[in-house]
Design a protein around this ligand. Sequence first.
Ligand code: 4AZ
Length: 854
Amino acid sequence: MARRPPPPGWSLPDSRASLKYSRAAQEMNGLEEGVEFLPTMNPKTVEKRGPKRWVVVTVVLIAIFLFSLLVGLLVWHFKYRNVPVQKVYNGHLRILNWNFLDAYEDSSSSQFAMLSKKVKSTVEEIYRSNENIGPYHKETEITAFSEGSVIAYYWSEFMVPKHKAEALDRAMANKQSLMQMLTLKSRNPALKVESVVAFPADPSIVQASRNNSCSFSLHAKEGEITSFTTPGFPNSPYPNNARCQWVLRADADSIISLTFKTFDVEPCSEGNDYIKVYNSLSPVEPHALVTLCGSYPPSYNLTFLSSKNVMLVTLVTNAEGRRPGFRAEFFQLPKIKSCGGTLKGTTGTFTTPFYPAHYPPNLDCTWDIEVPSNKNVKVRFNLFYVLEPGVPIATCTKDYVEVSNTKYCGERPRFVVASNTNRITVQFHSDQSYTDTGFSAEFLSYDSSDPCPGRFTCKTGRCIDKALRCDGWMDCSDASDERSCNCTKEQFRCSNGWCKSLMWVCDGVNDCGDNSDEEQCKCPDKNLKCRNGKCIPEDQKCNGKDDCGDGSDENDCVGAAKAVSCSEYTYKCRSNVCVSKKNPECDGTPDCADNSDEENCDCGIRSYSKQSRIVGGLDSEVGEWPWQVSLHVEGQGHICGASLVSNKWLVSAAHCFQDEMRIRYSDSKLWTAFLGLHDQSQRTHENIQKRKIERIITHPNFNDFTYDYDIAVLELQSPVTFSKVVRPICLPDPTHDFPSGKDLWVTGWGATSEGGSGATILQKAEIRIINQTQCNSLLANQMTPRMMCVGILTGGIDACQGDSGGPLASVETSSRMFLAGVVSWGDGCARRNKPGVYTRVTHLRDWIKQHSGV
Ligand code: 4AZ
């Protein structure tokens, strides 16, 4: 750290300091000289004539010290302790002896002015009567009224010395004391008020409410949908440094349903723009329903309900980063009188009110479920989203579902709660803030002696196929199907007692969970395992020499990528220099001296930031996979998938273009590519770009018996325009490593079950790369180096007929997506131990480049 020069007047413990000191010493010598002139015969007289020298010095020093202390204290008191701070509170109170008039909705009406004056003086009276509040009150403004009898909303501004701020906070937070003040002090109140509450608020709201240029008030019309947008939407972005608010109202005894139809604000991050919806006309945290930021695809459910006839939407923006904003719609609904009820029968379904919209706040529902008396009952929650920000799922202190004395909250995968009688009660509680999608559940009756006839009963109550017991896969969510198992000859016993297929041993994937299936295949201590399995001493890694023989010890070196000798696994820059870093393409860091690894990187980015979850299974969101192409044949509709890799070129599977008896699929004129498509039943949407195919180039080595070299490139007749829903995926370098165990995404409109029909909405599934050797043994040695196995070996998730040609996408660093594979073939679909087979793009990368130039 650099040293600052001392300020003028400072003394240093150096020669200058000693000079100063000696001058003082000289002065003292002067005093001593004077003493020398006094008569010395009577020493007492000499003493009486003045205090001793040290007494004088001490007194002077003490005086200086006390004076400085006093000055310091005064400065501290006036400058710091007493410095006034601004405090703002938002509050509301209920007026009991008043009737609501429609004119109260209009803040410029005389009726509004009259009632606000009264409320203001009542609020001021409350404040005056408290010594911790009254002296600091500066201003109160009534912002709105709503029904009930009349609820008044206001903000109050205070200027309070710093040391009194905490006392003010405490006094304002004390509901009882605010009320007491009113009842005790006000002898003849014109307004009978109750429920006076106030919460600390952002001082900028005072500024915003004074300048109401971005303040809107809307009342729902019976049977009509009202829409509103951020200023300028969709033609221009919303303003910077804005505080906007929309007051939404409905008729008395109604509630509001609000839906954001389009939503695109700054990405979520501290200090960035956000939108908040309140179940009140007061923007206070305890009544916040949701805070929204980032962008949402139009298909995402952004519907929120109020508990009363008011709602407030606020927009807070910062100094930079303007986005389009939102378009929202709202309408009124009758207030729900009750929810829940009695459900009888052997089976049935029930959901939280308005599911899958966010349930309303302040709600309690009870379902009393009863099945025939000779049966027991269980409840299966198929979808469960009861999450409040910041609430631990262990406590469920806010919104929750209660069944058999256990509270459930948060986001939970499908779960079952069973009763050992024929009755069960499900209670749902939502508090006044933050709501979620809720749940969708079913109840089922079962035989108490045999809860899962012919099947295995998990400890959770779920029934699974008996064959799934001790098969090495966790099928019960509590793993009860894999406990107390005797491993078979084909299985390996993990250290934690699980039995796993012998095939999974030493495959580079921690299948046991405790890594015991991989431990024994490790290289000796201080050795490194090469990709080809060879063990080499650790110090040979990144030494610039290919010690493994496959270059894998030189292709992932820490620090700046250094130039190394080229091998099968090292990335080659355009200058033909090879660098040591693994997968350096488009990772945001220039690794080649000529920057060639960061060129042509406008690819692999999705327009919609992926939200934390997908409601309703495996449907994709609009714009989630902007490189996905649907290839149609005239008169037949969707036949295959493909991936957009530039504005003119697609990558697909060669087998899609093989002629059949009556149809010449190799004829490019037959095909039409749909880009930006989401729903096969809506192919005329303005976002969709439709192109004819100019030419189809299939790999000359494609073998239609083995499906080796299953790749094709297709040229579009005219280029597409990149948009939110049309964008290319990145093509990986031939040296790009997609390791076994990595999770990838496959997408398509193919069949949703083996032999079933195709999907209407683009589907997505997350699947895992499977070790090539294992895969070869699972698929009867049909694998070639141009193929890779990707799937979930428990079955149930896979590509299927109609997905062929489509992308297998991998999220790489810098969150770009790369085309790892092309859907090619499989032994049926989603069968256990039968993963899907994909064309390995890295092995055919040079061929793609050669024919498409991409
Ligand atoms: C097909 O027929 C197909 N399970 C594609 C992928 C898979 C199976 C069949 C993988 O297009």
